[in-house]
Design a protein around this ligand. Sequence first.
Ligand code: ZN
Ligand code: ZN
Length: 390
Amino acid sequence: MECNAGAIWDEQYLAYDFGDHPLNPVRLDLTVRMSRELGVLERLAITPPVAADESQLLTIHTADYIAAVRRASVDQTYEGFGLGTTDDPVFAGMYDAAALVAGGSVAAALRMWNGEVEHGVNIAGGLHHAMRDHASGFCIFNDAVLAIRALLDAGAAKVAYVDIDVHHGDGVQAAFYDDPRVMTISLHQDPRTLFPGTGMPTEIGAGDATGTSINVALPPGTDDAGWLRAFHAVVPGAVRAFAPDVLVSQCGCDTHHEDPLANLELTIDGQRAAIAAMHQLAHDVCGGKWVAFGGGGYGLIRCVPRTWTHLLAEASGLEIASDTPVPEAWTTYLRGRGVKSELPSRMGEGPLREVIPWAPGGEGWLDGAIGATRRAVFPLLGLDPDDPRD
Ligand SMILES: [Zn+2]
Ligand SMILES: [Zn+2]
């Protein structure tokens, strides 16, 4: 499949830098370098982001919080509104850096919606924990919420948001919890074992949006086969039933088995399969209207660059085989910067293990979790939680 995809990119994104912190922007730089070496970048229409202005940010954040981020940006001793914490330390230029990411996600969405490209990607985006009135979980402004709002304002009647980050997409869920125009689906490590502590299957939305918040709480240790079983048991059925105009994906790759912050066990190949499944779903259900963002991912060298290179390639319709060598120039660049640790030699870790489809009556934590999600929301969507074809 050849797809006309666009990506939003500018080196100014690297200014979103908390310093000595797990979220290091080097991961974006290394992704772009790898993509360039593999000929992926030249397949994409690249445009730079334009920072979201205050009037845009006011549609999703409180005026007090926006003012606090401005002050923190100037006065690095600032505390309050979740700022100045271990997770969200303040840094000079924080306001501009966060506004640029937010504007980039809006641009990815609107270029797609306006028909300039079929798919829009912003690997710097996906900062899904930011809340209306405070910073949270490395996230200052919620670019995903802003992009979905922009799509609704531009005329999209319904938007489905699928979040495959290892952490619950809590900020996006909260923003649209009672909005029937937006379905949020998050697959994540069980929140009883991981930040942010929300995202249980019982969180299903409110009012006339009941049934449009969907959460799959996966056991620690879930691998490719288990994760993909859960995805296919919940996501395609729910999205088809909702019939959105657009699919928005948050492609956090902190589900990787080497990720230092969480405990799922996916490989690069499992993550690529998840991204490919969302791409296919957008063609099947939304006429190809697909927007994809980055998100979490703290395997800065061995995970993020490969997975998001696959994301950029996938959006352009290119499948990079798992056994493709990692470009020599990329490895040489890292060695030149003094990196001594073991570098990946192939673009994947494949082959992918066979995925056994979900069936009712399965025992154990994983099948129990899948069943709980299906029972919580499928009846509200006109689907049968016990019919594996739904
Ligand atoms: Zn496509
Ligand atoms: Zn995460």
